[in-house]
Ligand binder design. Structure first.
Ligand code: HEC
Ligand code: HEC
Ligand code: HEC
Ligand code: HEC
Ligand code: HEC
Ligand code: HEC
Ligand code: HEC
Ligand code: HEC
Ligand code: HEC
Length: 416
């Protein structure tokens, strides 16, 4: 019995030991004894996971419960850092390639941050209203940036930026718009990311950079959009607007599409957007109208073919071949919107002609089929009419023969 007790005691002690040493470690860490609230936050952070302690950021002596000692400058205590200090504090580790190498994450955050509007305002003008590292990341609650609850996770970032960029009073001081979030959320990218969870659509940082938050200048803007919209950019470069852009008379993409409140493109852009810079009597404006007409004409042909196919199918035609062809015409038309960026009529025509010809051919084949069905019906009607006619004639003939026979019989009876 005694042996059993001893063994169970040993097992108990072995099981308890690691938990005990760990909790004792934290329990006796003086900073956490007094700053319980911070401790709770900190224990969930990636810094705690990687063994970064309170003193790594704040200094001080974690072995003394006497605040005069633990938070003394003699123990290297730095207190609550100012905005500039904290940016340099984070940079102390994160900009140190030797230190960060083992984790395999970039070490360019501070370097990029210094080039951003935020960094320039902080280091140049000691502006305390801009975003430092902790305004975007938090201080004690920092988790992996891949954590969906993280403040900088793509779907959360717009709200993190909006804490300041939707603050009417604060933005007023810098003459900046305060409706950026609303505009972004109602535009194509915001809808795609926030409503459809399409992660390839850019969040704020997708265009402004994670740490280089600055509006790209007139000539840089197009590079940002073209990173993802390669097709549109390739064709844009062929247009007369490319030259105008190089002379800084307009910006590459945003002069027609806006930057935050980007709408789904529609043909009406050729009326409204072009008119912003070209009078309706100008050659440039008319070019837009010609391109619009080409697009509408091709779409009309495709719609017509679609309608005919539906009608023919209801009359029993196996239209799968035509449907495949029409699908190809539709796919061809996907090229037309990027190509419009050339503003060259012949380039647009090449695409629309392709689609129009296919749709036209389908329409005439299906139309012929429907016509032959109709002719067959008419032919059948004539045959039925003829048969009816023959039957009537025969009937009349038989009737007449009957009557003659009766008459004959009557005559014979009278004779008798
Ligand atoms: C005996 C309790 C006690 C201990 C031990 C202690 N603190 Fe404090 N600390 C306080 C009090 C009280 C304040 C002042 C009130 C406040 O700001 O919360 C404070 C303030 C701070 C501040 C804010 C300073 C400022 O400039 O606003 C920081 C940072 C801080 N402590 C970090 C630490 C760290 C790191 C340790 C461990 C090395 C530590 N504390 C140990 C009680 C303690
Ligand atoms: C990764 C660096 C880092 C670590 C680790 C860290 N802190 Fe901090 N702490 C900061 C920064 C940065 C601030 C200033 C936050 C701000 O200005 O919003 C701060 C602020 C504080 C303050 C003042 C808070 C206030 O609201 O006035 C206290 C107290 C504090 N830390 C205690 C702790 C304790 C206790 C620990 C360990 C459990 C700890 N910190 C770990 C970076 C750190
Ligand atoms: C204006 C907001 C903002 C500021 C200010 C900011 N960050 Fe970031 N940070 C981000 C975003 C956004 C990401 C990318 C998240 C992702 O990958 O989805 C990021 C990512 C990171 C990462 C992960 C590795 C990487 O580079 O992707 C680290 C580390 C980091 N930031 C540190 C810092 C440090 C240090 C500072 C201050 C010098 C800082 N950040 C300032 C927004 C910010
Ligand atoms: C003492 C060194 C040190 C300091 C100071 C420090 N960090 Fe870190 N930080 C690390 C380490 C180590 C990691 C873990 C890297 C990893 O595994 O990805 C990390 C991770 C991060 C991550 C998550 C990166 C990822 O991979 O998702 C962010 C964001 C971050 N730190 C921001 C900050 C900010 C903001 C500050 C300043 C308040 C700061 N750090 C101060 C060492 C430090
Ligand atoms: C803590 C508040 C704060 C947060 C959070 C913040 N900003 Fe800012 N931002 C500012 C202030 C203040 C300015 C004005 C600086 C100046 O002009 O001196 C500014 C300026 C800018 C500018 C330059 C505007 C111009 O034309 O001068 C851009 C771009 C910008 N922020 C983007 C972002 C993005 C993107 C985010 C989120 C990833 C973000 N900001 C988060 C406060 C913030
Ligand atoms: C599709 C790319 C894109 C996205 C996404 C984006 N921006 Fe911008 N942003 C720009 C461009 C381009 C400019 C510069 C416009 C100009 O100068 O003509 C700009 C300008 C700004 C400015 C300067 C003021 C202004 O409106 O001209 C701020 C502040 C800003 N953006 C913040 C944000 C914030 C916050 C988010 C997320 C909610 C965001 N941006 C999302 C491309 C983008
Ligand atoms: C990080 C990649 C990325 C960047 C940068 C980007 N976009 Fe987009 N954009 C997308 C994605 C993805 C979609 C599709 C959204 C959807 O699912 O509706 C899209 C959609 C669009 C659409 C609507 C297209 C359609 O057929 O409905 C337009 C117009 C557009 N973007 C213009 C721009 C402009 C202008 C810029 C630069 C200021 C820009 N984009 C920057 C990825 C990007
Ligand atoms: C001169 C005005 C103008 C400029 C400059 C311009 N676009 Fe367009 N964009 C249009 C028009 C017009 C359409 C087509 C509208 C329609 O018929 O639906 C369009 C359509 C688009 C589409 C939708 C294409 C698709 O396949 O669905 C995207 C994406 C796009 N543009 C991106 C860009 C990018 C990126 C740039 C810069 C390289 C740019 N645009 C420059 C006027 C412009
Ligand atoms: C932001 C202003 C702006 C917008 C919007 C704009 N353009 Fe232009 N466009 C210019 C500039 C600048 C030139 C260079 C020639 C000049 O200085 O007039 C130009 C030149 C042209 C040219 C070649 C020169 C000519 O006169 O024939 C054509 C064609 C043209 N634009 C068509 C369009 C069409 C179509 C749209 C709408 C889809 C459009 N533009 C929208 C500013 C604009």
């Amino acid at each position: 019995m005694k042996v059993f007790k001893v063994i169970s005691l040993i097992i108990f002690a072995v099981l308890l030991f690691p938990a005990l040493t760990f909790s004792i470690d934290l329990e006796s860490y003086s900073c956490m004894v007094c700053h319980g609230e911070k401790k709770v936050e900190y224990l969930k952070s990636i810094h705690f996971d990687k063994g970064i302690l309170c003193t790594d950021c704040h200094g001080g002596d974690p072995n003394s419960l006497d605040p005069e000692v633990s938070m003394s400058s003699r123990a290297g205590f730095k207190g609550k850092p100012s905005k500039k200090e904290l940016v340099l504090l984070c940079g102390n580790c994160h900009a140190d390639p030797k230190r960060m190498r083992q984790y395999g994450i970039p070490t360019n955050q501070l370097e990029y941050y210094r080039t951003s509007e935020h960094g320039i305002a902080l280091f140049g003008k000691n502006n305390q209203n801009i975003a430092g590292c902790v305004d975007c990341h938090g201080s004690h609650t920092i988790t992996s940036v891949k954590d969906p609850l993280n403040k900088v996770f793509p779907t959360n970032l717009p709200k993190t930026c909006a804490v300041c960029h939707s603050d009417k009073k604060l933005m007023g001081e810098y003459k900046l718009p305060y409706n950026t979030l609303e505009e972004y959320a109602s535009g194509v990218h915001g809808k795609a990311l926030l409503e459809k969870n399409n992660r390839s659509a850019p969040t704020c940082a997708g265009c402004h950079g994670n740490h280089g938050a600055a509006p790209p200048g007139v000539s840089e803007v197009g590079n940002v959009c073209g990173k993802c919209h390669i097709n549109s950019e390739t064709y844009f470069v062929k247009s007369p607007h490319f030259e105008a852009m190089k002379k800084k008379k307009m910006s590459q993409c945003t002069s027609c599409h806006q930057h935050h409140s980007i709408n789904y493109p529609e043909v009406s852009m050729f009326d409204q957007v072009c008119a912003n810079c070209h009078v309706p009597t100008s050659g440039a404006y008319k070019r837009g109208q010609q391109i619009k007409a080409l697009i509408l004409e091709a779409e009309e042909q495709i719609d017509k073919a679609k309608e005919l196919i539906v009608r023919a199918k209801s009359k029993g035609l196996d239209a799968s071949g035509y449907e495949t062809q029409l699908e190809q015409a539709n796919t061809g038309m996907l090229q037309v919107l990027p190509v419009t960026h050339t503003l060259i009529l012949s380039e647009v025509e090449t695409v629309t002609n392709g689609a129009r010809t296919v749709a036209g051919d389908i329409s005439s084949s299906v139309h012929n089929y429907l016509e032959s069905l109709r002719m067959r019906k008419v032919g059948l009607g004539i045959v039925w009419l003829f048969i009816f006619f023959v039957v009537v004639v025969l009937y009349l003939k038989v009737k007449r023969a009957d009557q003659e026979y009766e008459l004959e019989k009557k005559k014979e009876k009278e004779k008798v």
